[in-house]
Design a protein around this ligand. Structure first.
Ligand code: AP5
Length: 213
């Protein structure tokens, strides 16, 4: 079963995707994480992606589709797509890729959260520079300030979580990514709308109902 976890920046896609993957033996495929890995490794792809990411803009479709195709070739598990597709061109590309691999998309789950809550969440997000664990100074703080509970690594803010960049990411989401939902509704794919502005466990329960549907 392959599903898309959809929603604006900060809606909780990464948080929920990680929990679903762990509990249901699925793979979470986050294009944001793949890009950050390339960026940290200093690859040509990472260097190209950085200028888009730091500005809150989307990385070009051909780069994203090539990267996803490479990582899907030998995939044996159900996949949770997190932060992909983000344009209708990417949605068409994903359709072709899944068809080539003999896989089918089971549905799209959309997390909705008001913009001001998103800005607050992202400006309070901290991320472990060593193991990637995610915290929030408002809703999920670490036991000791600035230190990861899991591995003791240093907690840092993502460069694109500065407020002005977050607001640009939200504009880009409304203009370029939200129309992807019309694309899926138009082709008959099931789109589940979930209130993401609730405690993590309640959102997770709704997502698990979608998986079982
Ligand atoms: P990406 O890394 O995908 O970022 P995003 O989609 O903007 O999403 P985020 O990671 O910011 O948020 P999230 O929804 O995962 O929320 P999280 O669970 O962390 O992309 C970054 C950039 O890469 C893009 O801007 C673009 O440049 C590029 N890119 C990536 N994919 C691309 C693509 N396909 N095409 C083109 N370009 C692409 O939660 C956020 C915070 O809230 C955390 O602190 C968390 O603890 C907290 N939180 C989570 N759930 C709750 C809750 N229920 N209540 C309270 N707090 C909560």
């Amino acid at each position: 079963m392959d599903i898309i976890l959809f929603g604006p920046p900060g809606a909780g896609k990464g948080t929920q995707g990680a929990l679903l993957a762990e509990r249901h033996g699925m793979r979470r495929l986050s294009t944001g994480d793949l890009l950050r890995d390339a960026l940290n490794a200093g690859t040509p792809l990472g260097r190209e992606a950085r200028r888009y990411m730091d500005a809150g803009e989307l990385v070009p479709d051909d780069v994203i589709l090539g990267m996803v195709r490479d990582t899907m070739e030998d995939e044996a598990h159900g996949v949770i797509f997190d932060g992909f597709p983000r344009t209708t061109e990417q949605a068409r590309g994903l359709g072709g890729l899944l068809a080539d691999l003999g896989r089918t998309l089971s549905g799209v789950a959309v997390l909705s959260v008001p913009d001001e809550a998103l800005v607050r969440r992202l400006s309070g997000r901290l991320w472990c520079s060593q193991c990637g664990a995610v915290y929030n100074v408002h809703s999920n703080p670490p036991a000791a300030p600035g230190v990861c509970d899991v591995c003791g690594g240093e907690l840092v803010q993502r460069p694109d979580d500065r407020e002005e960049t977050v607001r640009r990411r939200l504009e880009v989401y409304r203009a370029q990514t939200e129309p992807v939902l019309d694309y899926y509704e138009g082709d008959g794919t099931v789109v589940h709308r979930i209130d993401g502005d609730r405690p993590v466990e309640r959102v997770l329960a709704d997502l698990e109902s979608v998986l079982h549907a």
